[in-house]
Design a protein around this ligand. Structure first.
Ligand SMILES: NC(=O)c1ccc[n+]([C@@H]2O[C@H](COP(=O)([O-])OP(=O)(O)OC[C@H]3O[C@@H](n4cnc5c(N)ncnc54)[C@H](OP(=O)(O)O)[C@@H]3O)[C@@H](O)[C@H]2O)c1
Length: 326
């Protein structure tokens, strides 16, 4: 039985979650792989049977798997509704998460209950962050450049640089304790959605003019991104240096931005994504920056309170997340 009429492109096949989320598919819908349809292969939505081989797939409700031959058909279409839908999910989700964190602790790191830890921090960080590197990379490889692509590639590489570092460098250097399954799963879902959103929007929905390369927003955004990423990496390095391998202790961090705030790594990450949003100047990028503020801002507060409670000698002039202010 046909449950919901949807016609999707290869982009959605790469990421069925988006199709699911934004096309209101019934949970009873089924996907049937049909290699022999004219113009196929395709995934037919809502039917357990393949149509006859002579059927023209363009008249079907399908997830297309076709490797199109003509250059125009290889350009993936911008899914403007999905982009806007996911961006607003980030904004609303971020606000709800912020509200939730003002009421209860997120159970990770030092706050996770002892029985909840599922895998090593290294594996956890790698698995949860790598989708944000791989999905944009895959989209980039599948996209044929219709021109004006250097700006987009530059910005996409900026985004991927962060996630390359987080998945392949940070993950393997961390001295953190094992992580809870719920954190890994929810972060992996977030990184998949966001990796797709940022990659698809940059590659298939934006056109940057040549003058944009000299735009002040781009320069300011890149500068902020670079400063934020440096602070983030340096602060994570300071935290790592507080422990010897195998040790599980918490000490007072000193140096760098920790002289001003307890959540120096979070501050760096927030600056980084705000810079990225300024450089890209798009709804998805601002939505991601907003989500980051909502997600890790409260963590800095949590740590700040924890330090003040644990350490009598904790520097009283230090703020939680914004130097001299908050
Ligand atoms: N964009 C986003 O939405 C987002 C979300 C989450 C995280 N992040 C980024 O991911 C990175 C790690 O995040 P996180 O939440 O794990 O940061 P965190 O709570 O500051 O912990 C970072 C690491 O340092 C250890 N650590 C923290 N404080 C310590 C202390 N006083 N003494 C000794 N070791 C200490 C932690 O060990 P334990 O794990 O054993 O406590 C952990 O391995 C940060 O750079 C953050 O910005 C980004």
């Amino acid at each position: 039985m046909l449950v919901s009429p949807v016609l999707m492109s290869g982009v959605d096949f790469l990421f069925p979650l988006v199709g699911f989320f934004c096309s209101h598919l019934s949970p009873r819908s089924v996907f049937r792989f049909c290699p022999w349809v004219q113009g196929g292969p395709v995934l037919v939505v809502g039917s357990r049977l393949c149509p006859p081989p002579s059927s023209d797939s363009s008249s079907l409700f399908v997830l297309s798997l076709r490797a199109e031959q003509s250059s125009s058909s290889r350009e993936m279409k911008c899914r403007a509704e999905a982009v806007s839908c996911l961006s607003w999910v980030l904004v609303v989700g971020g606000a709800v998460y912020l509200w939730h964190q003002t009421r209860s602790h997120t159970e990770y790191g030092r706050y996770a209950p002892p029985g909840s830890r599922c895998c090593s921090a290294r594996l956890g960080w790698f698995l949860q962050e790598v989708p944000s590197f791989l999905l944009p990379l895959l989209l980039q490889l599948l996209t044929e450049e219709p021109g004006g692509g250097s700006g987009r590639t530059l910005l996409l590489c900026t985004f991927m640089l962060h996630y390359f570092h987080r998945s392949f460098i940070y993950a393997f250097l961390t001295r953190g304790r094992p992580v809870p399954l719920i954190i890994v799963v929810s972060a992996a879902i977030f990184c998949s959605l966001n990796g797709f959103l940022q990659g698809h929007h940059l590659l298939h929905c934006t056109q940057f003019e040549h003058t944009w390369l000299t735009d002040a927003r781009l320069a300011a955004g890149f500068l902020l991104f670079a400063v934020g990423m440096s602070i983030n990496i340096h602060s994570d390095y300071i935290l790592r240096s507080l422990r010897r391998p195998g040790e599980v202790v918490y000490r007072i961090p000193y140096g760098g931005m920790f002289e001003f705030v307890s959540g120096a790594n979070f501050f760096g990450e927030i600056v980084e994504w705000c810079g990225y949003a300024v450089a890209v100047w798009s709804l998805p990028a601002f939505a991601f920056a907003f989500f980051t503020i909502c997600s890790i801002g409260p963590r800095a507060y949590q740590h700040h309170r924890d330090y003040l409670k644990k350490f009598e000698l904790y520097p009283r002039s230090r703020k939680a997340i914004i130097p001299f202010l908050l």
